[in-house]
Design a protein around this ligand. Structure first.
Ligand SMILES: Cc1ncc(COP(=O)(O)O)c(C=O)c1O
Length: 372
């Protein structure tokens, strides 16, 4: 509908991918350089196993988990087709291990429910977001987990929550860790936007602290956004077992499951990431470009937050998304009257805005926002 709209001032805050100030989703400089190198170097060995590119999974563990895999043999990792593949593989592993319930917050990324259900798990919903205040309702979240039983799995967004833009504070991560330990709950951390919130290490800090404290955990990771490899579907799943010995059959099971899901993950994108992470100059270039993407998003957040009192919480949130406190009716009126496009949920992609369009965007939104 946005594409077909002839109005020149139209705004698309619907599609959930990073956009630069010209509205494009560019290929990152380090990715271009690594792809050129890959064409020259990589193509002599054709076959890859179900685990994918182990160099990729190991190097990425350094970025995500803050440690190379070799230092913690309780953690085993495999390459997956995107974060979606990692979540699906995690779901299959959990179902195979006898898990029944996976808890997800309200709201969450709409694909979470189908991914777990298709693997035979039962999805239960816990409180998460206070829509009126545009913040996490942590007390209600903890209360609703009172029903969770020993061995239940709880999905957590590692940073940059989709769709609300929220993130746990270090204190909240700590409280959750204590709660999970006391109740025997297993965290499945979905880290799809590392580096697009506060920074690479900051965005993973809560997750790392939790991993250090709990015996078992799973981490589903996507490189599709922070390496802008949307076309390639690059991801990884790490599983932390209670002991190094327990990690061995888990790895074997992951490989059996992966063979029946996708046989081998596609190589090109993961090999590109591996080349970047292996080369200090390329790695520095990737980090610099990611930092400027992140700065653009946070600049837009500050401007949008300052434009209207009801949008103020957006300035303190993170990542690509925010959930506007408006209803479906407002969403369709914004489309009809102002050529502003977003899904019925009111989720907006902050990077779909430009600094120059924020004022008119906020003015169009204003009649539909709550008044204080
Ligand atoms: C919260 C969340 N998790 C996982 C994914 C899946 O990642 P990928 O696109 O790499 O499959 C997404 C993608 O939109 C997401 O928003």
């Amino acid at each position: 509908m946005h594409r077909a709209d002839p109005r020149p001032h139209k705004i698309d805050v619907g599609v959930g991918v990073y956009r630069d100030e010209t509205g494009e989703t560019p290929v990152m400089r380090a990715v271009k350089a690594a792809e050129t190198r890959l064409l020259a170097e990589q193509r002599t060995k054709s076959y890859l196993g179900a685990e994918g590119d182990q160099g990729f999974t190991d190097r990425l563990a350094d970025v995500a988990l803050g440690q190379p895999l070799a230092t913690d043999t309780r953690i085993t990792g495999v390459q997956t087709p995107g974060g979606t593949g990692a979540l699906r593989l995690a779901a299959e592993l959990l179902a195979r291990a006898g898990a029944t319930f996976v808890w997800v917050g309200a709201p969450t990324w709409p694909n979470h429910g189908p991914i777990f259900r298709e693997a035979g798990l039962v999805v239960r919903t816990h409180a998460y977001f206070d829509t009126a205040q545009s913040r996490i309702d942590f007390a209600a979240f903890v209360d609703s987990l009172a029903e969770a039983r020993f061995g239940d799995v709880v999905l957590l967004h590692g940073c940059c929550h989709n769709p609300t833009g929220t993130a746990f504070s270090p204190g909240e991560w700590d409280e959750l860790t204590q709660l999970f330990l006391a109740r025997g709950l297993i965290p499945l951390i979905d880290l799809a936007y590392q580096g697009l919130g506060l920074g690479l290490d900051e965005d993973a800090a809560g997750m790392r602290a939790m991993l250090a404290a709990v015996p078992e955990a799973l981490v589903a990771y996507s490189c599709d956004k922070n390496f802008a490899l949307y076309r390639e579907r690059v991801g990884a799943l790490w599983v932390q077992a209670a002991t190094p010995a327990a990690a061995v059959p888990i790895r074997e099971t992951l490989l059996v499951l992966a063979r029946s899901l996708w046989s081998m993950p596609p190589d090109h994108g993961a090999a590109t990431v591996r080349l970047i992470l292996d080369d200090p100059a390329l790695k520095a270039e990737w980090r610099a470009e990611l930092t400027s993407m992140c700065a653009r998003i946070n600049g837009l957040r500050s401007a949008l937050g300052a434009s209207h009192p009801a949008l103020a919480p957006i300035a303190d949130q993170q990542g690509l998304f925010a959930l506007l406190p408006i209803d479906e009716n407002a969403v369709s009126q914004l489309r009809e009257r102002h050529a502003i496009y977003m899904p019925a949920s009111g989720r907006i992609n902050i990077a779909g805005l430009q600094l120059e369009t924020i004022e008119s965007f906020a003015a169009a939104l204003s009649p539909y926002l709550p008044r204080y």
